[in-house]
Ligand binder design. Structure first.
Ligand code: SF4
Length: 373
């Protein structure tokens, strides 16, 4: 397939890996920000093909994984209401929250369980699907779980704009949008960080461009290379970070220019700026990161599910005391170093979101057989 096969060409990838081997002279720790990159790295065994001086650690770029438990619990409570149709991407349905009472009076701790016990929970592939459901069900309130990084914010913002244009007052969004640059700041400010350089997420830069990474590279003196998702993209991104580290450089490079123009997508940025404003956000397992998320601007606040249903209020959320996904998401722990990995915690018995999300690091390690005997 054009634009795919050539980025999976094994001999070409091997050549880049050989160049990395020739270039590296010292130990370096690199973080790939995005969970999609983590899955590609583990799937293709790239981390195992690198010289031993280079360690890859996995970053917080899995939107499902970092959605705070309290918001998952709010989703469960809303989904259990008889007057609500709760819509979400499929990824969120198995994310474990705290137990809530579902329609049948029994307890449920994920959206699938709420659905199986009578809640009207529907998987959608776009926020526009949720709008359609709202048009077809005027006597119910349709809540869309607006989760994601800068990549999904434009489509979710457009859905809110469209609802406003149509006067679709039975539509609202439960917002859990987060942004990458403040997360990089939090990782670099953490005293225990070992990260020397970043592979930035190419699709986020497709929307936002590369400009906002320059102050970070300068402040923390770290190379940041905007990288794609195929094996050649990742190997090439790693090579460019290593070249910079070995040379003492700390530039922002765009190694994904075929998709991510340096200025990003100006039309998408316009929608984000029109609908959302920056706010502090809690990241599951990590805590509150200042100015790391989006919330609806006052103009659109009537589409905010948390305002629409103020009675949901503050949740008594209880996090698993076994799960160490916060450390996994900050690159401090590899999934197979978690004592519960593959034992108490599997995709069928998940203790944390990182085991069920399609971009979760724990899910990647499990799926591709990184299970120690
Ligand atoms: S393996 Fe399971 S328990 Fe351990 S960090 Fe991952 S999700 Fe949490």
């Amino acid at each position: 397939m054009k634009y795919l096969d050539e980025y999976r060409d094994a001999p070409v990838v091997r050549n880049v890996l050989a160049e990395i081997k020739r270039t590296v002279t010292r130990p370096w720790t690199l973080m790939e920000v995005c969970g999609g990159q983590t899955h590609s790295i583990i799937r293709h065994g790239l981390d195992q093909l690198l010289p031993e001086q280079i360690e890859l650690v996995h970053g917080p770029g899995c939107p499902v994984c970092v959605t705070p438990l309290e918001l998952i619990d709010k989703a469960l409570v809303l989904a259990a209401r008889p007057d609500v149709i709760f819509t979400s991407y499929g990824d969120m349905l198995r994310v474990p929250g705290t137990f809530v009472y579902a329609k049948t009076g029994t307890q449920a701790n994920d959206l699938f369980s709420v659905k199986s016990q009578g809640g009207d929970v529907r998987i959608v592939y776009s926020p526009l699907d949720a709008l359609k459901i709202a048009r077809e069900n005027p006597y119910k309130t349709v809540v869309f779980f607006a989760v994601g990084f800068e990549t999904t914010a434009p489509a979710n913002g457009m859905a809110v704009q469209q609802a406003a244009r149509e006067g679709l007052d039975n539509f609202c969004v439960l917002v859990s949008h987060v942004t990458v640059p403040p997360a990089i700041t939090a990782i670099m400010e953490a005293p225990e960080t070992r990260v020397n350089g970043f592979l930035a997420a190419g699709h986020v830069c497709t929307i936002m461009g590369v400009g906002e990474y320059r102050p970070l590279a300068e402040k923390y003196r770290i190379p940041i290379v905007v990288t794609g998702f195929e094996p050649l993209d990742l190997a090439y991104g790693i090579l460019n970070v290593v070249k910079q580290l070995e040379a003492g450089a700390y530039e922002v490079e765009n190694a994904y220019a075929r998709t991510a123009p340096n200025q990003g997508n100006l039309a998408a940025q316009k929608v984000i700026n029109e609908v959302f404003e920056a706010c502090d956000r809690a990241w599951r397992g990590i805590g509150v990161i200042p100015q790391s998320g989006y919330r609806l601007r006052e103009k659109y606040v009537k589409f905010d599910a948390e305002r629409r249903f103020p009675d949901v209020g503050a949740m008594q959320s209880i996090e698993s005391d076994i799960c160490r996904s916060g450390e996994v998401l900050q690159g401090l722990l590899k999934p197979d170093q978690c004592p519960a990995f593959g034992k108490q915690c599997t995709p069928l018995t998940p203790l944390g979101a990182t085991m069920v999300s399609s971009e979760g690091a724990c899910a990647a390690y499990y799926k591709y057989g990184r299970i120690q005997d």
